[in-house]
Design a protein around this ligand. Structure first.
Ligand code: TXA
Ligand code: MG
Length: 419
């Protein structure tokens, strides 16, 4: 299935029309009937990450999501709508809160989730909100997602389509890898454009709060009337366990590959030219992480994810780097990572005196923040699949735009952070 043209314009916000002549229409129609008739969820692409959708009005259907993902029942789901009329019909006769008007005009359809009051006589299945008095609403921007919701005729409850704790999926292959055997249908719309999840905001409180950083940066929110003083209501690092986070999902372990992630903050001067001598020593030492490989004969592999500062292999030593071929690619008979804009290079990890100590995997996500966000989860997954037991990541300054979301996800994925 190819890419979709996204139609823009105010009519899109009101009543979205499905293009029945589109080549993907039959597949979307099949997925929509599945959602109406069956209780196993359907994976579909949004502009942020792949979602795992179910009819938000049916309890049996929504329970299917929690079962497929192994998701804790106290973590509420985002409700995806195709147009404003659909959203309004779930507000118990009330209007969309005025506070959200400027955000809707500016960012919808798009990577922003807003908390709406959930009426007493809500038409949403109680499992969607996990007992909260609000629900998160989002209008995604891919026409595939919008068409699927419209054809289903119901809002779709959808978390990211990964197994709980794993990085969110940004390609159909990621969903298949995590959920094969647990779900029956994946709509493949190619790689997601944004690459990190939506920003979650609460405008029902004063001052309004940012519950999860995502595709829309806090600097962008602050340009909107009524949102100048939006406060951060999330923590980047591990939850303290004392106070409940306002987005329940933010307290769980998240975004973690199997490998040990060692993150260098942009503010870490020692890491400006690459990883430190002490970390390089650890990368070469066989003990650290050997438990992960079970087999002493298996040489450890070290991954490096480069962004704005580091040059190739980031201070480690290697000989003859060449493009790595992952299992996915091998099946496609192609040596490029499908749908990703980066290449994985692979070589031997050698000590300063030329002794081979293991394998080295190098990914350059580029210097553009948006490109880094787009490739991040995919790169973490790719390095895991290629067998890295340790991944060094060059962090970026988190002040502006989507960088806040990139660093939030990396800090959560990291076992160690160099500041
Ligand atoms: O981009 C996205 O948002 C993707 C795509 C599929 O739309 N979805 C996604 O869903 O990331 P999920 O379930 O992985 O994350 C939803 C986050 C969680 O942190 C959850 O706790 C929070 O939103 N959330 C949902 N409903 C909420 C509510 N009523 N109050 C507070 N937080 C809520
Ligand atoms: Mg998620």
């Amino acid at each position: 299935m190819g890419h979709f043209t996204v139609l823009q314009g105010p009519e899109r916000l009101e009543t979205f029309q499905v293009d029945t002549t589109h080549e993907a229409y039959p597949a979307i129609e099949e997925a929509a009937s599945h959602l109406c008739e069956r209780d196993t969820p359907v994976a579909f692409p949004t502009e942020t990450v792949y979602g795992l959708g179910a009819d938000a009005t049916r309890s049996a259907s929504v329970r299917g999501i929690y079962a497929a993902k192994n998701r804790p029942a106290d973590n509420p789901l985002i409700v995806h709508v195709s147009d404003l009329d659909m959203l309004k019909s779930y507000l118990g006769g009330d209007d969309i809160p005025k506070k959200y008007q400027p955000l809707i005009e500016r960012f919808w359809p798009g990577p922003l989730t807003m908390l709406m009051p959930n009426p007493e006589d809500s038409r949403l299945a109680p499992e969607v909100t996990a007992g909260l008095k609000s629900f998160g609403a989002r209008m995604p921007s891919t026409s595939l997602a919008l068409s699927l919701i419209k054809l289903t005729g119901r809002p779709l409850a959808a978390p990211s389509a990964n197994a709980s704790t794993k990085p969110s999926p940004t390609m159909a292959q990621h969903v298949k890898y995590d959920l094969d055997g647990r779900i029956e249908l994946i709509l493949d719309g190619g790689p997601c454009e944004v690459g990190v999840e939506s920003t979650v905001v609460d405008g029902l409180c004063d001052p309004p709060a940012l519950l999860r950083p995502g595709g829309i940066g806090i600097d962008e929110l602050r340009k909107c009337p009524g949102w100048e003083n939006v406060v951060k209501a999330y923590k980047d690092q591990g939850h303290d366990g004392k106070t409940a986070p306002r987005a329940p999902g933010m307290k769980y372990k998240h975004y973690s590959p199997t490998a040990r992630v060692i993150l260098y903050e942009a503010s870490c001067a020692d890491g400006s030219g690459g990883i430190t001598a002490a970390d390089a020593e650890r990368a070469l030492s066989p003990e650290d992480g050997a438990a992960d490989t079970c087999n002493a004969n298996v040489m450890r592999k070290v991954g490096v994810i480069r962004t704005k500062r580091w040059t190739q292999v980031a201070g480690l030593h290697s000989n003859q780097l060449s493009p790595a071929v992952s299992k996915e690619d091998a099946r496609d008979g192609d040596d490029q990572q499908p749908g990703t804009s980066y290449q994985v290079l692979q070589g031997e990890l050698v000590s300063a005196n030329g002794e081979v100590r293991g394998g080295l995997l190098d990914i350059d996500l580029g210097r553009e923040t948006r490109g880094i966000a787009q490739g991040l989860f995919s790169a973490l997954r790719e390095l895991d699949q290629l067998g890295a037991s340790m991944i060094f990541v060059d962090g970026i300054d988190d002040e502006l735009d989507i960088a806040g979301a990139v660093m939030n996800r990396l800090r959560k994925a990291a076992s160690e952070i160099r500041v």
